[in-house]
Design a protein around this ligand. Structure first.
Ligand code: NAG
Ligand code: NAG
Ligand code: NAG
Length: 468
């Protein structure tokens, strides 16, 4: 027993030494990581305080130059293929993978062509843009690569490439219909491996009350086609007239259903094959590239844009539809110029595992599932939003990251509308979510009768279109 008494303090000392060593090593490694990040960090510091300001107007950008007058120079040769829209195309010659998807005119505070892209989050490769105008002029433009903020610190991120028009004498509207290519700055004479068509973003007149919906990319062979009919028809009753959707992968029945709605002009379904590994290298399917593509794609056509998922519905409690609610909300501000450009809706879970409502007027999910969390989540915690696309620069999942100058967001009181989140699974966290304080909320019953008619009608049409 005696040796033990002596050995114990010795072992304790040894342990303390090892702990100290680990402690020192930890800080050494941490220090190296921080230093590397600092050295690689190229983008300017966008602190939280500048979040809602229009902060793309950065000083010190050098001008771009006009390359050749007629586009016959060797380094301005047009790629073999025609310009594409909504296809992930590679940028060749970069150290890190770099893909571009779509290009939009930006004429608000900065004169640029805005390209939706995906590449390295920190320390991305430098790129330039080459622009072929409809009048045959070819320009080489300086470009800035700007990670979209909601990137979860993964290696790759949804990104904007801003192709700068300053000092070129070219106005943003002159680029509508032009072709543009993003090239690695270190090999500007390489022939382009991507070519995008520049799309217009100028809001058309008379679209104030038009409501469109953005949905993040479908994946894992999404297959809830039966519920999807109810979701589409409820949103149509709520005033939505168009849906932008992205196809990473779909089950055959859902593909057929979306085709059915596409033929009616209701759905724009865009391919979404991004060769960056979802969740490991980039946040779920590069969804922030999709949200922001949707923002600019809808800008000329949608007075309002609603960003929700296919298990969510924003349900107004007084008005019959969302444009009426949004107009009323805006009208409550004075002067009208103070009215917010975006409205956030608080999330309330309606678990599908909770019992059906015994007073359900129809056999619909939204009629049967009326039990929800008694206290909805706080704003920005799972909230979703509607916004004026023309007043936003950058969208996130739960709120608008950046508005145009002077625009702002506001929360919607729960007595005016709620985000109904029809969820199959309880969320993680260990607690038995079915025991959370709940209440019965029959707001959705206001639409049940009309909704049932529409769902029945649509299912009849679908049986012809999609027999399987
Ligand atoms: C642009 O070039 C094409 C082919 O060389 C020519 O047919 C067309 O007239 C030119 N357009 C203008 C505006 O110069
Ligand atoms: C969805 O994308 C897959 C894979 O690219 C494709 O095979 C399928 O046809 C697409 N579905 C629809 C409905 O466009
Ligand atoms: C979001 O809301 C849930 C439920 O109220 C809460 O448990 C969670 O901590 C909140 N998350 C954040 C980031 O505030």
């Amino acid at each position: 027993m005696k040796w033990r008494a002596r050995a114990a303090p010795y072992r304790a000392k040894e342990r303390a030494n090892i702990s100290f060593f680990i402690f020192v090593m930890f800080f050494a490694v941490f220090g190296v990581i921080v230093l590397t990040q600092l050295l690689l960090l190229e983008r300017p510091n966008t602190s939280a305080s500048s979040r809602s300001r229009y902060n793309e107007e950065l000083q010190g950008w050098e001008g771009s130059r006009i390359e050749t007058g007629n586009g016959d120079g060797g380094d301005s040769s047009i790629p073999a293929h025609a310009p594409l829209d909504a296809v992930w195309q590679p940028v060749a010659g970069t150290r890190f993978r770099f893909y571009v998807y779509s290009a939009y005119v930006e004429r608000r505070s900065v004169a640029v062509v805005r390209v939706i892209a995906a590449t390295k989050t920190r320390g991305p490769d430098s790129v330039i843009c080459r622009l072929w105008l409809p009048d045959n002029r070819t320009l080489t433009l300086k470009a800035r690569v700007k990670a979209i903020r909601e990137n979860w610190n993964l290696k790759y991120s949804a990104t904007y490439v801003l192709c700068l028009l300053r000092d070129t004498g070219v106005k943003p509207q002159d680029t509508v219909g032009a072709s543009i290519s993003v090239l690695a700055a270190n090999s500007p004479n390489r022939s382009p491996t991507n070519l995008l068509i520049v799309l217009d973003t100028e809001p058309k007149s008379g679209i104030e009350e038009t409501l469109h919906i953005c949905v993040k990319p479908f994946h894992f062979s999404y297959n809830r086609d039966d519920w999807l009919v109810e979701w589409f028809e409820f949103n149509r009753l709520l005033g939505a007239s168009h849906f932008y959707m992205y196809n990473e992968s779909l089950s055959t029945p859902v593909g057929c259903l979306l085709d059915h709605y596409r033929k009616q002009g209701l759905v724009t379904l865009l391919p979404w094959k991004l060769p960056i590994i979802s969740k490991v290298e980039i946040r779920t399917e590069g969804q922030f590239a999709a949200f922001n593509d949707c923002l600019y794609r809808s800008m000329s056509k949608a007075g309002w844009l609603l960003v929700i998922d296919v298990d969510e519905l924003v349900v107004p409690r007084r008005e019959r539809n969302l444009p009426a609610l949004l107009t009323a909300l805006r009208a409550s501000y004075s002067p009208p110029s103070k009215a917010p450009a975006a409205f956030l809706f608080r999330n309330a879970f309606f678990y599908l595992r909770w019992d059906d409502d015994t007073e359900a007027p129809a056999s619909l999910v939204t009629a049967r599932k009326t039990r929800r969390w008694a206290t909805p989540h706080a704003l920005k915690n799972r909230s979703k939003y509607a916004l004026r696309p023309r007043d936003a620069v950058e969208l996130g999942n739960h709120f608008v990251w950046e508005h145009s100058p002077g625009a702002s967001s506001a929360g919607v009181p729960t007595e005016r509308a709620l985000l109904h989140h029809y969820r199959i699974a309880c969320e993680y966290g260990g607690v038995n979510c079915l025991t959370v304080p709940s209440t019965v909320d029959r707001t959705a019953h206001r639409w049940s009768e009309e909704l049932l008619q529409r769902v029945i009608h649509e299912r009849e049409l679908l049986i012809k279109d999609c027999p399987a």
